[in-house]
Design a protein around this ligand. Structure first.
Ligand SMILES: NC(=O)C1=CN([C@@H]2O[C@H](COP(=O)(O)OP(=O)(O)OC[C@H]3O[C@@H](n4cnc5c(N)ncnc54)[C@H](O)[C@@H]3O)[C@@H](O)[C@H]2O)C=CC1
Ligand code: BAL
Length: 498
């Protein structure tokens, strides 16, 4: 789809109807308390809408309706091909409303319209479609039991699941989790991040227009303590799938331990290294990957390349190329199609990122921050112990650490509490494979930056991940549980029961 002009996007923005109610049992409704909270456009500070501020009583009601729906089988026992048809209809409705979703997402999050139009919306549609297609293609198993028995291993939907989402990819993270959860037949209570509730609320409406039965999907806007915690502690929620900070992720483990030992899958923070060795080829291409990895989505990305670990033999050449590429990234109005770096998601987050800029002594590029916007910034660090090398900044800030050998590069890369993604640039095939094996990360890319695609599992080692994976068929493991059914086939007359 060709991009529009800034004026055309502004005209669409002016016509948008923002959803404001919680979505429970097939329709929008106010929070039971009647309370609301504002959702802002971080690029302008303008209030877009007042949204229902849900709390524990809304969680109870949504879970009750989700449980009723699960138990009566209106979705969980619907024929898989019919579940698939409903989900495919949802993707068609999203495609029909793609432009509206892209503009809504950009206004609510500060993300660029360029990314919303070319990545977030099309990839969310593709992701839901991919999982929809699996609904009638995943088979159960029969075990190698004796001739007198048959043992079936069934994969059943786990039940009522709570999906707790971050604000950096509101629609895409929704699709990563909602696609496999609904394809598996689960009922879903979804909590968007309080900064970015709008597109999730709109998707719930489109899903019901597509034929999703009432009760199967609830969307509850509100704060972490008011909605996330009661969901995490709920005795009738079977599983939580969370994406966000490591600190909040760990809370969900405590909530589960204190309540019903529900399953918990956590996709958390990262401090992702990109290693560039002295034998890396085509440094200009390497530079383009590093810049994209560090500054795409304002660096508000769990897989962002935030540490460049570079061999000193190529450092100066590489840095010249990286700064040249980074200067091309236009910062500013998210609705202008040429913008590549929009606004940070909130004033609070902007203040946090500015606090890191204040700790940077040796800024090689950028460093300017104004009214919620931060320039792509490159900082040289003396070593890997500096706070900019250790803490997740979640802003467009790339730290550079110089090393003198392959072993030092790998050791520096692994010297972190996180283990989500890593990149390794080298022309030496043995080093590439050895390095990829030695790096403690869920995804390692060689001579590129990326997260894989919808077919490959995504999640972290160490404090970046727990309990399962998003994406690929592995995502379905989160939302299903195994059941074994043994059948005795022996002839009654021949068989003595001990
Ligand atoms: N891995 C990732 O993709 C993300 C990482 N982050 C990191 O986290 C930092 C802080 O951002 P936040 O928005 O505060 O992340 P967060 O992890 O607190 O928020 C993620 C989700 O958890 C919910 N939540 C927050 N507190 C909760 C609680 N006590 N109980 C239950 N649910 C709760 C939020 O409402 C949101 O829906 C960022 O600066 C960034 O470093 C943030 C968003 C996504
Ligand atoms: N990059 C996708 C996962 C995340 O940032 O939350």
């Amino acid at each position: 789809m060709a991009l529009l002009t800034r004026a055309e996007y502004a005209a669409i923005a002016a016509t948008l109807n923002f959803p404001t109610g919680a979505f429970i049992d097939g329709g929008y409704r106010p929070a039971i308390s009647g309370k609301t909270f504002p959702t802002l456009n971080p690029a302008t500070g303008e209030t877009l809408a007042q949204i229902a501020a849900c709390s524990a009583e809304d969680v109870d009601f949504a879970v009750l309706k989700a449980r009723e729906a699960f138990d009566d089988g209106r979705w969980s026992r619907m024929h898989p091909s019919e579940r698939k048809a409903v989900l495919i209809r949802l993707t068609k409705l999203m495609t029909r409303n793609a432009r509206e979703l892209a503009v809504m997402e950009s206004l609510d999050s500060g993300k660029t319209i360029y990314d919303c139009e070319t990545v977030d919306v099309p990839e969310a549609i593709n992701c839901l479609k991919w999982h929809a297609e699996t609904a009638d293609k995943i088979y159960d198993q029969v075990s190698p039991a004796s001739d007198d028995h048959i043992a079936m291993i069934l994969r059943e939907p786990i039940g009522v699941v709570g999906l707790v989402l971050p604000w950096n990819f509101p629609l895409l993270m929704l699709a990563w989790k909602l696609g496999p959860a609904l394809a598996a037949g689960c009922s879903v209570v979804l909590k968007p991040a309080e900064e970015t509730s709008l597109t999730a609320l709109r998707i719930a409406e489109l899903a019901h227009e597509a034929g999703l039965p009432r009760g199967v999907l609830a969307v509850l806007p509100g704060s972490g303590p008011d909605v996330g915690e009661p969901l995490g502690r709920h005795m009738d929620v079977d599983m939580i799938s969370f994406t966000g900070s490591t600190e909040t992720g760990k809370r969900f483990l405590r909530y589960a331990a204190d309540s019903n030992a529900k399953e918990v899958v956590l996709e958390m923070g990262g401090k992702n290294p990109a290693i560039v060795m002295d034998d890396a080829e085509n440094l200009d291409r390497v530079a383009a990957h590093i810049v994209n990895g560090a500054f795409w989505n304002m660096g508000e990305n769990c897989s962002a390349t935030s540490r460049l670990i570079v061999h000193r033999a190529v450092r100066d050449d590489l840095m010249a190329r990286i700064t040249a590429h980074a200067r091309e990234w236009v910062v500013g109005d998210p609705l202008a199609p040429e913008t590549r770096v929009g606004a940070l998601v909130s004033e609070g987050h902007y203040t946090k990122v500015c606090g890191y800029l204040d700790q940077a002594d040796n800024i090689l590029l950028g460093g300017k921050a104004e009214n919620g916007f931060v320039e792509p910034t490159i900082v040289a660090l003396p070593d890997n112990d500096h706070p900019l090398a250790r803490e997740e900044i979640f802003g467009p800030v790339l730290s550079v650490i110089e090393v003198g050998s392959f072993d030092e590069a790998i050791a520096t890369a692994n010297d972190t509490d996180y283990g989500l993604c890593a990149a390794l640039f080298t022309a030496n095939a043995k080093r590439a494979i050895r390095g990829a094996r030695m790096l403690r990360a869920g995804t390692v890319t060689v001579n590129s930056f990326g997260e894989g695609d919808i077919t490959t599992p995504f999640g972290g080692h160490k404090q970046s991940g727990f309990g399962g994976r998003d994406n690929g068929l592995h995502a379905h493991d989160q939302y299903t549980q195994l059941k074994t059914i043994w059948l005795d086939l022996a002839d009654d007359a021949d068989e003595a029961v001990d």
